[in-house]
Design a binder for this molecule. Structure first.
Ligand SMILES: [Zn+2]
Length: 183
C-alpha cells in the first residue's frame, strides 16, 4: 500500500518525520553502554530539550530494567514525545482549513502515523534494549544467566529493510513509514 502522501507539503512532512524517527531509534540503540550515553546522543537530547539522566538515575535504571545496551528508555520516551508533539503541531497547522477530501485523508494518515509512533515506538525500543524476560523474576534470571551479555534482537527484526525505520509492531506486515512489505 502506498502510505506516503502525494501532496508535496505533506510528503515533505512525512519524509522529515520518518527521518527523525529513524535517527532517534538508531542513535539510541548505538549507545553501547546500557542506560549510558554518547556525545551524539547527548547532542540529540539537547537539541530537543530533553534533560539527560543523572548518574544516580542511570544506576536506578540499570537496577530496575537491566538493559542490555542503548540509551535509557526514559530519555528515549521523552525524546519521542517531544518529536511527536512538535510534528503533530506542524501537521495540524499545515492541514488547517484544507478543502480537499483527498488531502484531508492524507492529513489524517499522517496524524495517525504520529499517534501510532507515540503509542508504540517506546515498546519497540524496549524490545530492542531490554532483556526478553521481564517480570518479577527478571533480576534472578539475569543474575544467573548473565542477561546483559546477550546480544539484542537482530536489526532485521527491529527495523524495516527498505527504509530503516523502526518496526512498530512485530505483527506489522507492512512498514508504517514507507508502506513496503516487512518480509
Ligand atoms: Zn520502511
Amino acid at each position: 500500500m502506498n502510505v506516503v502522501p502525494t501532496d508535496p507539503t505533506l510528503a515533505g512532512l512525512w519524509a522529515e518525520f520518518s527521518e527523525r524517527i529513524r535517527e532517534v531509534f538508531q542513535k539510541a540503540r548505538e549507545v553501547d553502554q546500557p542506560a549510558g550515553t554518547t556525545p551524539g546522543w547527548a547532542r540529540f537530547c539537547e537539541r530537543y530539550g530533553v534533560s539527560a539522566l543523572s548518574d544516580e538515575e542511570r544506576q536506578e535504571v540499570l537496577r530496575a530494567q537491566n538493559p542490555t545496551r542503548g540509551a535509557a528508555v526514559m530519555e528515549f520516551f521523552d525524546l519521542v514525545h517531544r518529536l511527536c508533539t512538535d510534528h503533530r503541531a506542524r501537521v495540524r497547522q499545515t492541514c488547517r482549513g484544507v478543502d480537499d477530501d483527498d488531502v484531508e485523508r492524507q492529513c489524517r494518515r499522517l496524524l495517525n502515523l504520529v499517534e501510532r509512533t507515540e503509542r508504540e515506538l517506546v515498546d519497540a525500543y524496549r524490545r530492542a534494549v531490554l532483556p526478553p524476560r521481564q517480570g518479577m523474576f527478571a533480576n534472578v534470571f539475569a543474575g544467573a544467566s548473565g542477561a546483559s551479555a546477550r546480544p539484542g534482537p537482530s536489526s532485521a527484526a527491529l527495523t524495516c529493510r527498505h527504509c530503516g525505520a523502526p518496526r512498530l509492531s512485530v505483527d506489522d506486515l507492512e512498514c508504517a513509514y514507507c508502506g513496503q512489505k516487512m518480509i
